[in-house]
Design a protein around this ligand. Structure first.
Ligand SMILES: *Cc1c(COP(=O)(O)O)cnc(C)c1O
Length: 480
């Protein structure tokens, strides 16, 4: 399997070549040259596989440059009951009694209680393997306001050849999120508490990444959501959900996905393109409804960061979804010239593009199965309450956005699976506001805030972060 860039100006590459990279050299995103097609016989064979075996069956179609036994080993050690939820099955379906035909797909039983663990844990093992093969090291630099940073740290902790330098806004995260990251004692994890807000931390990371000499010298990398391996790992649970919700391959299901950077639902799009019988892919946003607007009208108008709403489903507070270009590329029949005209010309010049009159846009629902909706803080509170009352289940704020939108798109006879992107325990303030009680927490995290914390406080100066990195990379960028 080779990978091409959506902007069409970079040569195709293998999986292992793009594994440690972000954007393609031409500024585009990587996608498989063509999607593997899964016929009915194969689909029937996959029904009944364990999660790890299913993951291997699917990912081996996309990863053809790692020896089969090695890949099987990496996947087997990632998707264990130990990492993902004690002795329960991985990605379980949880029916909502109060909403017949609807169920949650449980993706948040990993170490950080959010679905990002499902892909990030595999990424940690793939990175360690690839770096060992190249006799190389990698320093992962990132900025986080909570979820992504902790998922990355828990995936990379203790991994050989990898260090993580994660910048976070000092004193601006919840006590839970802070403790989750800062209590990690692994020598390769560096928490840097920046004396500023998230955007300051983000700017520092960008400034370091723009210094190409520094970047090359210290082998700086990232683990952001455009990474193809993360997306590939997310394809697996669409199949796992489908098999649990149906008895035979003649049946269809729909999925609703609480969305931010469009990574999670893009994996659903790929699963559908591979032939998984998905009827609808319903995109749910919060008040930051750029993508809902696009799927309803054809107008794509990303907001400026100052216009981004800070909501009670903060991991969806995104105004420019970094994976959206992947879907538009397919929608335009993979016409890289048109894609370039939209993303590198129109968007840059006008700040928007409009496909409402384009024949391609009329295929969004019919051919690609997309639908959408959005939610507000009041909707989230009401949905958390109604799911608690009707189904005796606690859902988090992001999943609540999903359930709210899913209800408007349910069809008789078609199971509707809502991706559970985090557990309620992560967002106790809003649960308290909705129900008057705090959500319970997994027993292993009971003492989280009382554990010793390890972090360095830093002013918002680029030079400070650079010298910190240099000081803590004793071996630096040596490629042996
Ligand atoms: C990251 C995240 C999302 C958004 O996922 P995307 O892949 O960026 O669309 C939704 N909910 C939670 C809890 C998240 O952490």
């Amino acid at each position: 399997m080779r990978y091409l860039s959506t902007r069409g100006e970079s040569a195709t590459r293998g999986f292992s070549d793009i594994l440690l990279e972000g954007l393609a050299p031409d500024g585009g995103l990587y996608l498989p040259e063509r999607y593997p097609q899964i016929d009915a016989a194969t689909l029937a064979q996959w029904r009944g596989l364990s999660y790890a075996d299913l993951a291997h069956a699917i990912l081996s179609r996309f990863i053809t440059d790692i020896p089969a036994d090695d890949l099987r080993g990496l996947i087997a050690k990632t998707y264990t009951a130990e990492v993902f939820g004690g002795d329960a099955r991985i990605a379980p379906l949880k029916p909502l009694k109060g909403d017949p035909g609807m169920a949650l797909l449980g993706l948040s039983e990993g170490p950080t209680l959010a679905f990002k663990d499902m892909a990030m844990q595999l990424l940690g093992n793939l990175f360690e393997y690839a770096l060992a093969r190249q006799h190389a090291e990698l320093n992962i630099l990132g900025a986080t306001s909570g979820d992504t940073g902790s998922a990355a740290e828990y995936a990379m902790r203790g991994k050989r050849g990898i260090r993580v330098f994660m910048l976070s806004p000092f004193g601006k995260m919840s006590a839970f999120q802070t403790a989750q990251m800062y209590s990690l004692a692994d020598a390769n994890i560096h928490n840097i508490a920046v004396q500023g807000v998230f955007d300051d931390a983000q700017d520092m990371v960008k400034a370091v990444s723009n210094d190409l000499d520094f970047k090359r010298r210290w082998r700086i990398g990232t683990v952001n959501s455009i990474n193809w391996a993360r997306l590939a790992a997310q394809i697996v649970y669409y199949f796992a959900g489908y098999f649990q919700a149906t008895r035979s391959n003649g049946e269809q299901v729909s999925f609703t996905v609480p969305s931010g950077n469009f990574g999670n639902i893009c994996a659903g799009h790929v699963a559908r393109m591979m032939g998984l019988p998905i009827r609808k892919l319903v995109l749910a946003t919060n008040e930051n409804n750029v993508l809902d607007e696009f799927f309803r009208t054809g107008l794509y108008r990303p907001r400026k960061s100052a216009e981004t709403h800070h909501t009670s489903s903060p991991s969806m507070d995104i105004s420019k979804a970094s994976n959206f270009e992947r879907f538009v590329f397919d929608l335009l029949g993979r016409d890289a010239r048109r894609l370039n005209a939209l993303f590198s010309t129109e968007l840059q010049q006008k700040g928007l593009f409009d496909l409402s009159a384009d024949p391609a846009f009329s295929k969004v629902g019919t051919e690609y199965g997309f639908a959408s909706g959005s939610s507000t803080h009041a909707d989230r509170l009401a949905t958390i309450r109604s799911v608690w009352q009707g189904s005796a289940m606690l859902i988090d704020t992001h999943t609540a956005d999903g359930v709210k939108v899913a209800r408007a798109h349910q069809e008789p006879g078609i199971p509707m699976l809502v991706l559970e992107t985090a557990l309620a325990a992560k967002f106790p303030e809003t649960i308290q506001e909705a129900l008057g009680v705090a959500p319970p927490r997994p027993a292993c995290l009971e003492d989280l805030e009382r554990r010793p914390q390890r972090f360095a406080v830093m002013p918002t100066e680029v030079e400070a972060v650079k010298s910190y990195i240099a000081m803590h990379c004793t071996t630096g960028a040596t490629v042996v």
